[in-house]
Design a protein around this ligand. Sequence first.
Ligand SMILES: [Zn+2]
Length: 145
Amino acid sequence: MSARPVATMVPNPDWAVARGFWEATARGELRFPRCTSCGTFQWYPRARCRECRSSDFEWTLVAPHGTVFSYTIVRRPFLDGADRATPFAVLQVQFDEAPGVTLVTNLADESQADKVRIGAPISIEFHRINDRTWMPYATIEASSG
Ligand SMILES: [Zn+2]
């Protein structure tokens, strides 16, 4: 497995709206906010449910397996001074257990970029960025078909 490039923009795990997500990834769990009133998953997190306007959410555990909804391969840095090696893949992934959720992520191993296809099965693994931040990255699973 190739080494992951170091993330240069690290999310703030104390941002209240997303704190439950980062607390979960630090435990090796994938959780998304789900409305306790109507059951709709929300991602990105919002103050109110987009379906019923409730403000009560539960950070719901989701199996870290899904499929590629869409992707692109970034071949040029898009920020001046960005030290991240290109090319790299940016993926939108979906999860069977969290309808409506699309998570934007990267590959755990960029050497898998040529295996990325829409609909490809993925699993999420968590990589330590610092003591409190574990990033969810996708691995393309061997296709059964
Ligand atoms: Zn709702």
